[in-house]
Design a protein around this ligand. Structure first.
Ligand code: PGA
Length: 253
């Protein structure tokens, strides 16, 4: 683990109403003391960010946004700048999720600009990378992710940068890579961060994401170089999200 504090983040995607905010405090109640050993982050839709951030902080956790504009405040209808997200209580910001890369045509260059804008406003970017099924099956997974990392991590990235390895084919499908494949990918990512950022890179956390559930969380957390998880569907319900948090070995200490 190299002294890195585990991080488990929930990505609510385009789900959630105010009536669902109790899931934040319910998760933290169930997780109990695990919250002091593990950084827990809730990334609700922007409409719920302020209230989720307050509920998270009250329980010793933090909130994050799901996206950010690469630009500063200005005439950009519908977009949210990084300082706005900080102002709303966010401490983290997901950038480059494969759903945004696919739905909104986000390139590595755009993702790098978003990560840079987030970091400049004091947000820890959670930068997502991952291969498609075709890329995995043709043996290109490591090369694809290496290329994405090279092009989407901004220069002078802060040590608060988090990488989330999320194979596209594992997101929302119930399928996950084998422990060996996760280990190989995380070893490769760790090596790239160390090579590019040195000691600084050793502080950056690398999460696994894609169909993390209470039933498979312990096995995934046991994989070397996995510093935590980015959880989608299972983060919407306190019972499931808390069970995932409690499955982390650090929760028992
Ligand atoms: P999932 O999503 O856990 O629902 O597979 C993960 C993610 O997209 O971050």
């Amino acid at each position: 683990m190299g002294g890195r504090k585990p991080l488990i983040a929930g990505n609510w995607k385009m789900f959630g109403r105010r009536a669902d905010l109790h899931e934040v405090s319910d998760t933290l109640k169930r997780a109990g003391a695990a919250g002091s050993a593990i950084d827990i982050v809730f990334c609700p839709p922007a409409t719920l960010l302020r209230e989720a951030a307050e509920a998270a902080r009250a329980g010793g956790a933090q909130a994050g946004a799901q996206d950010v504009s690469p630009l500063g405040d200005g005439a950009h209808t519908g977009d949210l700048s990084a300082p706005m997200l900080t102002d709303a209580g966010a401490a983290y910001c997901i950038v480059g999720h494969s759903e945004r890369r696919a739905d909104h045509g986000e390139t590595d260059a755009i993702v790098a600009a978003k990560a840079k804008a987030a970091a400049a406003a004091g947000l820890a970017p959670i930068l997502c990378v991952g291969e498609t099924l075709a890329e995995r099956e043709s043996g290109q997974a490591l090369a694809v992710v290496e290329r994405q990392l090279e092009a989407s991590i901004p220069e002078n990235a802060p040590h608060s940068l988090v990488i989330a390895y999320e194979p596209v084919w594992a997101i929302g499908t119930g399928r996950t890579p084998t422990a060996e494949d996760i280990a190989a990918m995380h070893r490769s990512i760790r090596g790239l961060l160390d090579a590019r950022f040195g000691r600084h890179g050793a502080e950056m956390r690398v999460l696994y994401g894609g169909s993390v559930k209470p039933a498979n969380a312990a096995e995934i957390f046991a994989v070397e170089h996995v510093d935590g998880a980015l959880v989608g569907g299972a983060s919407l319900k306190a019972a499931d999200f808390a069970a995932i948090i409690l499955a982390h070995p650090a929760a028992a200490r």
